[in-house]
Design a binder for this molecule. Structure first.
Ligand SMILES: Nc1nc2c(ncn2[C@@H]2O[C@H](COP(=O)(O)OP(=O)(O)OP(=O)(O)O)[C@@H](O)[C@H]2O)c(=O)[nH]1
Length: 186
């Protein structure tokens, strides 16, 4: 059976420096480029073809700038998004507050956009657990979703985008699916 091609807009949101561009880089090019931090200006776009069951889906991924200076611009990029990956740095509690801000925005303005919470920089916790700035249970309570537990066990090799496309709840062919919260650690 031949796959049906569906395009879906996905947006990444979160405080500056949490690792959104790195996440996209990993997803699109399979690499992590350590090096000097270069903040995103405005937004960057990447198209990523993924297989979802028998379908081939082209995700149009908008990687927004996390700096508050670009906040108004980020709103333009989440318009009509089928899914949003809201990132926070597991070592930075302020970034989780910022993630909540974006979740709130999406809930109020983008009905039908499925929301994924993604904790980043888990490798830093592996080095030293005292670096954890965001309590696991706080996030779990906030997200209130069983997927978190499952994903958290495999956070090293886990791809947020893969989980998103495998999630039956995100309807990549149709608008207006209900809200959804899940989380992962990256
Ligand atoms: N240790 C560690 N560092 C990371 C990880 N992801 C990103 N970084 C580093 O964090 C810094 C910021 O990463 P970016 O991906 O540019 O962050 P961003 O969220 O896109 O930032 P803005 O474009 O300003 O919104 C860079 O120096 C990355 O190398 C990670 O998983 N682990």
């Amino acid at each position: 059976m031949s796959g049906r091609r569906v395009d879906a807009k996905v947006v990444l949101l979160g405080q500056e420096g949490v690792g959104k561009s790195s996440l996209v880089e990993r997803c699109a090019h399979g690499r992590f480029r350590a090096g000097p931090y270069q903040n995103t200006i405005g937004a960057a776009f990447v198209a990523k073809v993924m297989t979802v069951g028998e379908q081939t889906v082209t995700l149009g991924i908008w990687d927004t700038a996390g700096s508050e200076r670009y906040e108004a611009m980020s709103r333009i990029y989440y318009r009509g998004a089928r899914a949003a990956i809201v990132c926070y740095d597991l070592t930075d509690s302020g970034s989780f507050q910022r993630a909540k801000f974006w979740v709130n925005e999406l809930q109020n303005c983008e009905e039908g956009c499925r929301i994924y919470l993604c904790g980043t920089k888990s490798d830093l916790l592996e080095e030293d657990r005292r670096k954890r700035g965001v309590d696991f249970h706080d996030v779990q309570d906030y997200a209130d979703d069983e997927l978190f537990q499952k994903v958290a066990e495999d956070y090293v090799n886990f791809s947020a985008f893969q989980v998103m496309t495998e999630d039956k709840g995100v309807n990549l062919g149709q608008r207006n699916s209900p809200y959804f919260y899940s989380c992962c650690q990256h």
